[in-house]
Structures are given as structure tokens and as C-alpha cells.
Design a protein around this ligand. Sequence first.
Ligand code: LHQ
Length: 264
Amino acid sequence: MSDQVVLRDLQEGVLTLTMNRPDKLNAANDPLLLGLTAALRDAERDDAVRVVVITGAGRGFCAGQDLGDVGAREMGFAEHLRHTYNPLVSKMRSIEKPVITAVNGVAAGAGASIALAGDVRLFSEAASFIEVFSNIALVPDSGSTWTLPRLVGWNRAFELMALAERVSAEDALRLGLCEQVLPHDTFREEVQAYAARLAARPVRALGLTKRALNRAMTSTLEEALEYEAQLQQVAGEGAEHREGISAFLEKRRPDFAGAVTGEG
Ligand code: LHQ
């Protein structure tokens, strides 16, 4: 396999980014984190990329920070997070294209935070999720304190963080940590098929939807209503909307990808 720590593969408008340190369950070092963020920045500017999938090579998704690397670091913890994990998680949430986290195996610590930061979280039957930070007496980071209580409530989040118990894929689905659990043997194919379905959707409108949801997480209803109105103006003037209306009236399937390519 390649010695690159982040593999990039573009098929059918779906860019798959694979964290590639399988011997360490894709524990994250700086090149992996900076490489993922750089790939997302490139994807943001590339019209050929309609959907991004983040997954892991081998039997793990991501085991969080590479603990072998910690002692060698010159930066303090806060500076390190600001330099690596925080820009990655921010970019996953702010990039105006759907991001799928395809959790093929264990997601632990900051790896669990990265899993949760996806817009759609697809778990394999072999996946598991651990808020492992307290095992090494650290605070959950990379967004877990923001995402997890919003998904499972404050108290359940605290319990998962305090006890660091491994959550199976089945329990993750029950708790709302993922949208689907897929068979392990055909996981990559099923993720690609799901992503291709999303890629056929009007991804500019979905990008604006992300923008609206992000803003609404911290706004009042009145503010959300006004922001929806502003974004609807933008979407309503777009080629995707024109294509959606034409397709409806002509009783055919919309070609949203073609609508964007043909935009003047
Ligand atoms: C690893 C790791 C790992 C290195 C497995 N590092 N090698 C941010 C900024 C700054 C500082 C600190 O932290 C953070 C945020 C964080 O992410 S803190 C949390 C860091 N992560 C962890 O504490 C997880 C540590 N790993 C584990 O608890 C287990 O490995 C899990 C539960 C993830 C998986 O268990 P198993 O399936 O039983 O696999 P394993 O333990 O046998 O691991 C396989 C190999 O991967 C093994 O190497 P070896 O050479 O013995 O085969 C592990 O040493 C290596 N590995 N995680 N984070």
C-alpha cells in the first residue's frame, strides 16, 4: 500500500479520503491531520468533487491522537489543537459539500470526534465508538463536547466521556451517533453507492443547507427564519433550482450535476 498518510480517490463525483496508518488504527499525526484539511480545502474549490467521504485503511477508522507522537511535540496542547484538529473539524462542518464519515472500524478519542463531525455518519457492523480521552486523563476535544451532547443529551454524553466505554455500531445507531449501519464485507461498495446517490442531489443547495443548519445551531427562531429567506433567494436564483423545476414540469429526472457544469 502507498506510504501516503492520506489517500485521495475521485470516482463519480465522490472524493474518498482514506486515513492511511493502518498499523496504528490510523492514529493521527500532524501530516495526517494537515493532509486531510488540505484535501478538504482543495475539494472545496474543485467542481468535480460533489461529495467527500472520510474513512480509514485497515481495521480501524481512527484511534485519535498518535500517543507515540505526543512527547516529541514542541507545541502545547492548546496550540496543537488550534493548528491541527480544530481547522480540520471546522472545515468538515463549513465546506459547502456533503461530508460522509464512513466509520469502518474503531473510532476513538479525536477519531470519534472526527466521526461525529460528518454530515452523514455511516458505520460498518464492525465499527465502534469510544470517547476514550478520560482513559488518559484528558478532556474530550476536536468538537466532541459540542456534537455529542447535541446528539445524546448532556448526561449521556457525560457518562460516555467519563466511563470511556466502547459503543458498538448497533448501539451507536440506537443513540443517534450514526445514520446507518452497513454490512462490513460490502462496506466500501455500499458507502460509494450511498455517496453517489448524494452526489446526484443538488449539492449547491445542500451546501447552503449546511450553512443554514450551522447558523441555526446558535440562533433564535426569528434569526433562522430571516437567514432561510436570504439563502432561499440565493438557491432560488441558481441553475440547480431551474433544473429542478424544468425536470418536474417535463416529468423527467433532474440532472443537477449537468446544471452546475452548464452554469454561465
Ligand atoms: C495506537 C493508538 C494511538 C498510537 C492504537 N496511538 N498507537 C489531541 C491532542 C493532543 C494530545 C492528545 O490527544 C488529543 C486527542 C486524542 O485523541 S486523545 C485520545 C488518544 N487515543 C487513545 O487514547 C486511544 C488509544 N488506543 C486504544 O485505546 C485502543 O488501541 C483502541 C481502543 C483504539 C483499539 O483497541 P484494539 O482494537 O484492542 O487495538 P490495539 O490496542 O491492539 O491497537 C492496535 C495497534 O494500534 C497497537 O499497536 P501494536 O504495535 O501493539 O499492534 C496499538 O498500540 C496501536 N494504537 N491506538 N492512539
